[in-house]
Design a protein around this ligand. Sequence first.
Ligand code: ZN
Length: 196
Amino acid sequence: MRNSEPIEKLIASFRNLPGVGYKTAERYAYYVIGADLPEVQDMAKNILAAKTEVKFCKECGGYTNADVCSICRSRSGETICVVAEPKDISVMEKVKNYNGVYHVLGGTLSPLENRGPDDLRIKELLSRIQTLKTKEVIMATNPDVEGDATAMYIARLLTPLGVKVTRLAQGVSMGTDLEYADEVTLTRALEARRPI
Ligand code: ZN
């Protein structure tokens, strides 16, 4: 062991973070040790608060610390943008001219991972569409095989109900995660959305 045990444990914790290798984890650990105590206490407090206070919005399934998130409380449900994961909401919020609400599916259809329609929040989507009198559903799942299959499945379900279903245009290149798309690309993809 190169460092003392508490340092090694901290490095191990940082290494669990996505995209962080040993060197970066070590830098973070030394930063924490060199920082003022109040700053470190604040950091630890924020991590715990985020973990214990953040929950899923009862309506859209996005992250919130209230029962219903501020987006669901303040916007019309005429348009619903369907995303796979809660974090995708903050990505879509980069698009300035989107004023609708969201719906988190909790994943995409994946035969490989044994994830079928019943494992996604599709029933909840149908009931929200009825309650909110939704006119358009924009499918913003990732432009990959699973994201496309999920969009198609939902389109087949909703079109007979008289709901317009559109898909973000392929400004986001094939196989690129929604999360890496910039604001301009996303805005274009939304403007050029097509019916499916
Ligand atoms: Zn919500």
